[in-house]
Design a protein around this ligand. Structure first.
Ligand code: HEM
Length: 252
């Protein structure tokens, strides 16, 4: 992961994602928020961050393709933390079925991109998928297709569930604290008024969102979107005088 992820997530790369995030957010608000008097925030922020991940990881733009891919994904996330008994009708069993569908879909996307790369055509944008496909080991061998699919699934889970939880809690706290809401609104309006009608947000605008960013950080401090992950010690080590033996399991 260390050979391709920093390139994808380094600050210079993140700056290019800002206009894409902004235009997708506008589309999302127009289609899924504005027509309704009341909305359920979490499912909608999940929809938004999923579409964003499809776009930034694999350059998938077609909403139908995003939905086709997203439906089985919801089954996987719903069964991620569940009793691991593969019995029909359980969340775990549905998650396994969803996982199978996603892998099949991902494999066809990976193969299509491999072909485009070998023919030197297709998107010129170097997204996460292309970066992973271009990795070579010391024997000049690329990663296996099924490993690529598994990696991409991991990134989807790591990124879209956390980001949508963070956005949901920000909105929840804004609703709870009207004074904070009006400060955020003031800062956002100042930035919006400094832009042309169709001009998208850029890195400088994000840097000017100082109060908003503090609110997002505070929301993540109060309600951390990632509670941790399960770990297993692969070799014995000593930390602060405590020896942790190989095979110990815990939650970080
Ligand atoms: C609000 C957003 C996010 C939060 C709160 C968050 C939180 C976390 C946390 C707490 C971990 C450590 C888990 C552990 O080891 O115990 C983690 C790992 C990770 N996150 Fe995020 N994350 C966010 C967004 C993202 C995004 C957008 C990506 C993009 C691809 C991402 C990719 C990863 C990866 C690959 C790891 C595993 C790193 C490793 O094991 O070396 N995360 N994240």
């Amino acid at each position: 992961m260390r050979s391709y992820l920093p390139e994808f997530l380094k600050p210079e790369a993140l700056q290019h994602y800002i206009p894409i995030m902004d235009s997708l957010a506008k589309e999302h608000l127009e289609t899924d928020w504005f027509p309704h008097k009341e909305v359920k925030v979490f499912p909608l922020t999940r929809k938004y961050t999923f579409a964003l991940a499809c776009r930034l990881f694999m350059n998938i733009k077609d909403p139908d393709h995003v939905t086709k891919f997203g439906n089985p994904f919801s089954l996987v996330t719903a069964g991620l933390i569940s009793i691991p008994i593969n019995f029909p009708g359980t969340a775990f069993s549905r998650a396994i079925k969803g996982g199978k569908l996603i892998r099949e879909e991902l494999l066809s996307i990976v193969r299509k991109r491999e072909m485009e790369l070998s023919e030197n055509k297709g998107s010129t944008q170097v997204d996460l998928l292309t970066r992973i496909l271009l990795i070579r080991d010391e024997n000049d061998r690329g990663m296996e297709e099924k490993d690529i699919a598994n990696k991409i699934i991991g990134f989807f889970i790591a990124s879209h569930d956390t980001a949508s939880t963070a956005i949901t809690f920000v909105l929840n706290y804004l609703a709870e604290f009207p004074r904070v809401y009006s400060e955020v609104l003031k800062e956002q309006m100042q930035i919006a008024e400094s832009k042309g009608p169709d001009e998208l947000l850029n890195w400088d605008d994000i840097k000017n969102m100082k109060y908003t960013w503090n609110v997002a950080c505070e929301a993540m401090r109060l309600a951390p979107p990632g509670q941790g992950a399960f770990r297993e010690v692969t070799s014995e080590f000593t930390y602060a005088g405590f020896t942790i033996p190989k095979g110990w399991k815990g939650c970080s």
